[in-house]
Write a protein that binds this ligand. Structure first.
Ligand code: CA
Ligand code: CA
Ligand code: CU
Length: 183
């Protein structure tokens, strides 16, 4: 109930000219880096979204490879400073290793595409007032970024800001249009 009251003060905020304020929600980068150092992949356990690219960089003075256990990718030998990238287009778990040092192992987990539930800002499976408060928190109070940024772009216009908070409240309480994924 407390949360509800908090959010209901929002129209007042907006009347005060807050509509003009827009804060960028950090989008997930398309490329995620993995460092090869100290005879280990870091992070050894990495979760990404479908469509993201992993870029390995060999930061060791020794050569290594990044080689999937099942034949998806094989960098070949990477000398110090060399990089290798691979784009993951299919969800699943991808264990991999260094073919020179077989004890070097790691796994990449690829999540299904984001924006399965537009409006589910906190990505917990349901869409309700908590999502509006999560978004306000994220936009204005240094709260965590939405786990799936696309689901926070409630009106699907490509930007995430106070308008999305009001679109969500509109949908929840005033039969406004259903949240949609950005095109
Ligand atoms: Ca939710
Ligand atoms: Ca938006
Ligand atoms: Cu190695």
């Amino acid at each position: 109930m407390l949360r509800l009251r908090k959010v209901c003060s929002l129209p007042a905020l907006m009347l005060a000219g807050c509509l003009a304020i827009s804060a960028a929600v950090p989008a997930r980068a398309d490329t995620v880096d993995v460092s090869i150092a100290g005879f280990a992949f870091g992070p050894a356990s990495l979760t990404i979204n479908q469509g993201q690219t992993v870029r390995w960089t060999n930061n060791d003075p020794f050569s290594h490879t990044t080689t999937s256990d099942t034949p998806f990718w094989d960098s070949g030998i990477l000398a110090n400073g060399q990089k290798f990238s691979f784009t993951f287009n299919t969800p699943g778990a991808y264990p991999y290793h260094c073919s020179i040092h077989l004890t070097m192992t790691a796994t990449i987990t690829v999540n299904p595409p984001c924006c399965v539930r537009p409006g589910d800002v906190n990505d917990n499976g349901s869409i309700n007032i908590l999502d509006a408060s999560y978004l306000i928190n994220s936009l204005y109070k240094g709260g965590p970024a939405p786990p799936c940024p696309a689901q926070a772009d409630v009106n699907g216009n490509g930007a995430t800001n106070i308008v999305d908070v009001s679109a969500l409240i509109n949908f929840l309480y005033k039969s406004g249009p259903a949240p949609q994924c950005p095109a």
